[in-house]
Ligand binder design. Sequence first.
Ligand code: PRP
Length: 220
Amino acid sequence: MNKDRYLTFALGKGRLAKKTLELFEKIGITCEEMKDKDTRKLIFVNEEAKMRFFLSKGPDVPTYVEYGAADIGVVGEDTILEENRKIYEVLDLGFGICRMCVCGPPEAEESLKRRELIRVASKYPHIAKDYFYNKRHQTAEIIKLNGSIELAPIVGLSEVIVDIVETGSTLRENGLRVLEEVCPLSARMVVNPVSMKMENERITKLIADLKRELSKEQKA
Ligand code: PRP
C-alpha cells in the first residue's frame, strides 16, 4: 500500500451521488469542494484523506472502475448487470431501491402468456435479452432506447418495455402496469480487482466502516 496514492471514486451523477456523499460524511469522509453547486470542476479532492471523487454518467462508472481509472465506484445494480464489466461488487448500500420490470398495457399480458414473438423496448438491452431468452425462453425483438421508455408501447414501437420502476407513478400516469418482475435493484459499491489487492487495507476499512454505519441506520 502506498499511503500517498489517492483513492479515486467514480460516482453516478444525480441522486445516487448525493446519497453516497451523505453516507460518506457519516463515516468521516467529506469533500467540501463538491458541495459548490455552481462549480464546473469535474474532479474533487480531499487532500487530507488522499481521496479524489468524480461524477460521471451512471453507465460509465463500471467502465472507469474496470480500467482502474477509478478504484471504487457507486452505481445502480441495473447498470452493473447491463455493463457486465470485470469488477468486484462489494457492498449493497441499501438506497436507490427499485425494481427491474417488464411493463406494458394490460392487453400485453396475453402476448406474454402465449409466448408470442414480441417487441421489447429498453434502455437495458442485455438485461432484457437475458430475461426473455434465458429465463422466459421466449423469442423477442429487443429495441434499444435511451430514455422515456414508457413511450414505446404508447406509440406502438413495442408491445412491452423492460425498465426500472420506483414509485410506479410513470407507469400509472401512462396507462401501463408491471407485468412481471425481472429483479430487485439498489445502489452498489464496486471495486477494481487490482485496487482491491494493492489498496486492500484502505478499501477493506472503508467497506467495514460503511457496513457498520448501514447496520446502525437499519437498527435505528
Ligand atoms: C426512470 C425509469 C422510469 C422512471 C420510474 O426514468 O426509466 O421511467 O424513472 O420511476 P417511477 O416508478 O418512480 O415513476 P428516469 O427518470 O431515470 O429517466 P429516463 O426515462 O429518461 O430514463
